[in-house]
Design a protein around this ligand. Structure first.
Ligand SMILES: *Cc1c(COP(=O)(O)O)cnc(C)c1O
Length: 390
């Protein structure tokens, strides 16, 4: 049965997975910490009929978050994991068998690619990388041994938009699985399952937790996928810690309002960057200049705060002068928290089906919840340092 929220998403994010009057009236549910769950009688032990039987399987805390996320994803079942990467790898392992091949988007999150090239390879599963812009052309790559198509849109670091409905039409017709890493959008800005995807994956570490203070993942599947996800959950003992699960619940309550701010501030900074003489290209799906803008506009409800831009060629020392002394933008991995981040990247060593030919340095930027004018001032001072150092 698909859990469908009767609420609009913003209301659902606030109210789903909470029952204050079952918890002495307190607004937030308590954090259940536990392994052993006691059975009152031998008959109860044999029947296993009580709602909770062992901490690894479920606690009221994990059920609260899985129920809320399943409703927001329009999923038949959701499974929580210890990280976004664990959500990706467990979802893949739920479907592949030795001798299969999979079609993996070339612009996938780099550790996903590494998992395919190492673990899946040793298991006898072949990975074939495809161009994110392939759309319905994916049909031409499907072989008798193709088990699934994996998508991530927009692409990691380079933000290519995939035509998910076109790919879904093909996978449905061919009877193979379609998976999507939907971390950039969260279930509030894009609904993979409503667009024909079988399994939606989130690094909840990013926008759902939203405060850079916990690692968490979630896999949501439709009716057909749910038994496979349940099996992999049981097999791997997938169970994030109580504290992390609670932080996911707490982050969820403000997800809608945070994403709205990330959306408007992100677009404002993207447009500002596009005017800077030091910037060669701004890569943001919500800008009309983005090649995938029409797809984004058709399928997504908004943009999050993560995008990229490239600089006109400068010496490494000038790039360092730009990023080393920023006051508000931190340099580090991950994103989706309340704070702004910046990270130089070069995708050339981890792409095989696409080419990256931007001559200057590329930077991924996360626009946090700070005041936009302060962020612009920080970046402008960085450009001053860059110009002085070249
Ligand atoms: C960060 C990220 C992940 C992995 O999430 P972790 O919680 O860091 O393991 C997976 N996919 C995408 C697109 C990500 O950005």
């Amino acid at each position: 049965m698909t859990t469908k929220s009767k609420f609009d998403d913003a209301t659902g994010a606030v109210h789903l997975g909470r029952d204050p009057h079952a918890n002495s009236g307190f607004v937030n549910p308590p954090v259940f910490r536990g392994s052993t769950v006691l059975f009152p009688t031998l008959a109860a032990l044999k029947a296993r009929s009580q709602p909770f039987t062992y901490g690894r399987r479920a606690t009221p805390t994990t059920v609260a978050l899985t129920d809320a996320l399943a409703a927001l994803d329009g999923a038949a079942a959701s499974v929580l994991t210890c990280s976004g990467l664990q959500a990706v790898t467990a979802a893949l392992l739920a479907f592949v068998r030795a001798g299969d091949s999979i079609l993996m988007v070339d612009t996938v999150y780099q550790p996903t690619r590494k998992f395919c090239d190492t673990t899946l390879k040793t298991m006898g599963v072949e990975t074939i990388y495809y161009d994110p812009l392939i759309g319905a052309g994916i049909a031409g790559l499907i072989r008798p041994d193709t088990r699934l198509v994996f998508t991530e849109s927009p692409g990691s670091q380079t933000f290519e938009m995939q035509d998910i409905p076109a790919i879904a039409a093909v996978t449905r017709e061919k009877g193979i699985w379609l998976l999507m890493d939907n971390t950039w959008a969260s279930p509030l800005l894009f609904k993979p399952l409503a667009h024909g995807v079988d399994v939606s994956i989130q690094a909840a570490t990013k926008y759902i937790v939203g405060h850079a203070d916990a690692m968490l993942g979630v896999i949501s599947g439709n009716e057909r996928a749910a038994p496979h996800l349940d099996r992999v959950k049981e097999a791997f003992g997938l169970c994030p810690g109580s504290e992390e699960t609670y932080l996911g619940l707490r982050g969820l309550r403000t997800l809608d309002v945070r994403l709205r701010r990330h959306h408007t501030s992100g677009i404002e900074i993207a447009e500002w960057l596009a005017q800077r003489p030091e910037v060669a290209r701004v890569i943001h799906p919500a800008l009309p200049s983005h090649p995938g803008h029409a797809v984004w506009k058709r399928d997504f409800n908004g943009a999050s705060g993560l995008f990229a831009f490239t600089l006109n060629p400068v010496p490494e020392a000038a790039l360092a002068a730009f990023v080393d002394h920023l006051e508000l933008f931190g340099m580090g991995f991950s994103w989706g928290g309340y704070e702004s981040l910046i990270l130089p990247f070069d995708p050339r060593s981890y792409r095989s089906a696409t080419t990256w030919s931007e001559p200057g340095p590329a930077l991924r930027i996360h626009i946090g919840l700070e005041t936009v004018e302060d962020l612009k001032r920080d970046l402008a001072a960085g450009f001053d340092r860059l110009n002085a150092a070249r």
